[in-house]
Design a protein around this ligand. Structure first.
Ligand code: SAM
Ligand code: SF4
Length: 447
């Protein structure tokens, strides 16, 4: 078998669906591929390898994967040497069935098998069709730490994998396995490596980062990990996601007042404002407990921006339940929300619950929720007008290289005029106009 590192540079086309865990897994894939002489292309037609990193959290996301995969059938026919792989949560859930469904597919690999990509490619090169969907209870030594291909200003760092919460609507625990944390020494080493390559901002990711450390022998919790990361020289900003409201305890809340690198933004998915729905969702908190956590956060960090995930049309959701969600968004006044119609997922409890909500009613509720949230987001963004904020510059607009965009510490997108050389820098920007999804500003100074 010929090793890819001995061959001419090859091209990979990689498409990522779904959440930040998948973004991070895709970075690991690109890191591994870079090591065996692959470069990234944005043209599937010229690729030697096509990878789809998939999401199965909602049916819509899953269907998108199938239609995308269908599009590559002709490419494979024209070039039989092309290798096509499907990774991520659909791969984990469907396994062998995916190979049957798509005869042009070569590799199916789940989230616990990303680090085996090189070996899987060699098998596919030799003409085998490969399925790698084993779920492991321990983290393999070489599973993490291959940090991406990009040399950007920010990076995701997985601090744990899996989830033990079994929210009744959610497929994640089935496709990503049980919760397990990485040792803090490995996380710190990875972040130091990233910083030495120019990364200024890291986002620590996991399905429920607040429970980081459970099961580790080192007796460390998430607030302590945050403090250690905060001490890394050269790192400028820290973010994390996702936090489960049931685990957002005082020491974590205090971190927002104490750690200067921790950005003033928290994604704290509430899912519903109704206690009876929360109970059936198995979320283990009440709206009152949630609101008191929000109050505690705002007492300590008044300007903190809050975002959330909300599901409408959960089985049995009555008009009163939905009104309770609408009331909750008035009380919290989120900066932004991600809102979804409940989508029944195989194996989950909620899929079989009685009183499934009619699709039309779900649509109606989603619209009402999103319209009101747009107004709140706009009001909150208008409050920024006149303020001077720190922006980490992420890139220029494709059409206009003098039009830059970046993020505030509070996770707002800011657009302003400036030289493309500022990409990757922290700059001070005065906000002149707030829109629903972004702010427009003018740069004052660098640094
Ligand atoms: N671990 C995170 C948490 O606990 O909030 C998020 C994980 S999930 C990938 C992201 C979001 O998808 C969830 O917060 C939820 O709002 C939404 N989601 C999950 N399952 C869903 C389903 N069956 N139907 C609709 N939305 C769903
Ligand atoms: Fe899914 Fe709940 Fe786990 Fe989040 S905490 S991944 S919503 S089961």
């Amino acid at each position: 078998m010929e090793e890819r590192s001995d061959m001419r540079e090859k091209l990979v086309f990689l498409e990522t669906f779904g959440c930040q865990m998948n973004d991070s897994d895709s970075e690991r894939m690109l890191g591994i591929l870079k090591g065996i002489n692959f470069a990234r292309t944005d043209d599937p037609g010229s690729a030697d390898l096509i990878l789809l990193n998939t999401c199965t959290v909602r049916d819509k996301a899953e269907q998108k994967v199938y239609s995308t995969l269908g599009r590559y059938k002709e490419l494979k026919k024209a070039r039989p040497g092309l290798i096509i792989g499907v990774g991520g949560c659909v791969a984990q859930q469907q396994g062998e069935k995916l190979l049957k469904r798509a005869p042009h597919l070569d590799i199916v690999f789940g989230p616990h098998n990303v680090h085996r990509l090189r070996e899987l490619l060699l098998e596919a090169d030799s003409g085998q069709r490969v399925v790698a969907t084993r779920l492991t209870e321990t983290i393999d030594a070489d599973e993490y730490g291959v940090t991406g291909s990009s040399s950007g200003e920010k990076a995701f760092v997985s601090i744990m994998r899996g989830c033990n919460n079994f929210c009744s609507y959610c497929i994640v625990p089935y496709v990503r396995g049980r919760e397990i944390s990485r040792p803090s020494s490995e996380i710190i080493k990875e972040i130091k490596g990233l910083v030495s390559r120019g990364v200024k901002e890291v986002t620590l990711i996991g399905q429920n980062v607040n429970s980081y450390g459970r099961g580790l022998h080192e007796g460390i919790g998430f607030p302590t990990l945050l403090r250690e990361v905060n001490g890394i020289e050269g790192l400028r900003r820290i973010r994390f996601m996702t936090s489960h409201p049931k685990d957002i305890l005082d020491p974590l809340i205090s971190s927002f007042g104490e750690l200067e690198k921790l950005c003033e933004h928290l994604h704290l998915p509430v899912q519903s404002g109704s206690n009876s729905v929360l109970k059936r969702m198995n979320r283990s908190y009440t709206r009152e407990a949630y609101l008191s956590r929000v109050q505690a956060l705002r007492d300590l960090s008044p300007g903190i921006s809050l975002t959330s995930d909300i599901i409408v049309g959960f089985p049995g959701e009555s008009d009163e339940d939905f009104d309770a969600t609408m009331d909750l968004i008035e009380k919290v006044r989120y900066d932004a929300i991600f809102s979804f119609k409940f989508s029944p997922r195989l194996e989950t409890k909620a899929a079989d619950m009685p009183d499934q909500v009619d699709e039309g009613l779900k649509d109606k509720r989603l619209l009402i929720l999103q319209e009101r949230q747009r107004e709140i987001s706009l009001e909150k963004n208008i409050e920024y007008e006149g303020r001077v904020v720190e922006v980490l510059v992420e890139g220029g607009s494709e059409k206009n290289h003098e039009r830059l965009s970046g993020k505030t510490r509070s996770f707002k997108t800011v657009k302003f005029d400036g030289n493309e050389e500022l990409v990757g820098e922290l700059v001070q920007v005065r906000i002149v106009k707030g829109y629903v999804n972004s702010l427009i500003g003018e740069m004052i100074e660098k640094g």
